[in-house]
Design a protein around this ligand. Structure first.
Ligand SMILES: [Zn+2]
Length: 128
């Protein structure tokens, strides 16, 4: 069951993939697009927006972004590791160092982006 888009919440904002991408790369309050979405040096959502006072603490998505990325890495990194093993036959320690580094780096880069996008979608489609 799809939750309808709340167009009344989009006053002054345009729906476009470019705007969404910009929002995700520089996460801001989904209401005013000025205040910070995450606490400093963290991906913890702030309780209220410092600029407009919007209650952002209700948008706690828990492990949603992490679970999505774990599944995404499962279907991308594992085949890459399998192909690397069959092509180059590297030692086991190299697999460990290489893929752990790749996954931790990608997770650090993508986790805030995915979390911001899920919060943006949740905000747009929320009830009440
Ligand atoms: Zn705000």
């Amino acid at each position: 069951m799809a939750v309808p888009l709340r167009r009344d919440l989009l006053v002054g904002q345009r729906l476009s993939i470019v705007q969404d991408l910009r929002f995700c790369l520089k996460p801001r309050c989904p209401v005013c697009r000025k205040g910070r979405l995450f606490q400093s040096r963290s991906i913890t959502v702030v309780k209220t927006c410092a600029d407009c006072g919007a209650d952002l603490g209700a948008h706690d998505i828990g492990d949603g972004a992490s679970v999505f990325l774990i599944f995404f890495f499962g279907i991308t990194i594992i085949p890459l590791a399998w192909a690397f093993e069959n092509l180059a036959h590297p030692p086991l320690w190299l697999h460990g160092v290489l893929w752990l580094t790749v996954m931790l780096g990608a997770m650090a880069l993508l986790l805030p982006v995915v979390k911001a996008y899920i919060i943006l979608l949740e905000w747009r489609h929320r009830k009440g």
